[in-house]
Write a protein that binds this ligand. Sequence first.
Ligand code: ADP
Ligand code: ADP
Ligand code: ZN
Length: 214
Amino acid sequence: MRLVIMGPPGAGKGTQAAMIAEEFSIPHVSTGDIFRKNLKEGTPLGLKAKEYMNKGLLVPDETVVAIVKDRLSDEDCKNGFLLDGFPRTVAQAEALDGVLTDMDMQIDYVLSIDVPKEVLVERAVGRRVCTSCGVTYHVKYNSPSREGLCDACGSELIQREDDREETVARRIEVYLKQTKPLIAYYSEKGLLISIDGGQGIKEVGVQIVKALEK
Ligand code: ADP
Ligand code: ADP
Ligand code: ZN
């Protein structure tokens, strides 16, 4: 299965993507995670991405498209993948269509997670991520058993630099302007599945699995 999961910052894409990847045995390809990994390792790509990420802006299309193209050509993506956080602009979606056509592939479904704006801010600001393994928690809705420490590996949890309230607001604006038009783009292609992301983590997961199993 070849999937895209989209939605505003804090909607729950990463959380649901981890579940879907496991349920359907496909790799979870998150452009945000790729950038954060590069940032942590101090690579030139990481340093470049940081300039945009910390301001809540999108990394330029050419940079992101090149990374995704590269990642999709890996062996583990041959039988399917789940793209999380990509595409984020119509130009990226068109580039993705081109890349997939060249590989004789196409997207099966695009999951779009809808969540009211007030809820998004609370989710993103309360998000905590593991400094070591990258697992995501929430201070209120998905808290670790020991405060500030990862259940999976015991490392310290931190707030993402771009999860401060002002930056989250900017990211939501960027989503509305640059990413939301993709809903019409994929709807016209008959690929869109809208998911009500306003419910709890488990309930949203059940909706997604049901929709994909149809
Ligand atoms: P995204 O990848 O879309 O930015 P995440 O999956 O990282 O979103 O979720 C953002 C924050 O909200 C995280 O702290 C996560 O634990 C929490 N979260 C995700 N889904 C839900 C949900 N359905 N209800 C409450 N909190 C959620
Ligand atoms: P969220 O899950 O909260 O939506 P991500 O982890 O997907 O955030 O992305 C974090 C940041 O990484 C974005 O704000 C942006 O700066 C950059 N980024 C990730 N994916 C893309 C993309 N497809 N195009 C441009 N920038 C991206
Ligand atoms: Zn961890």
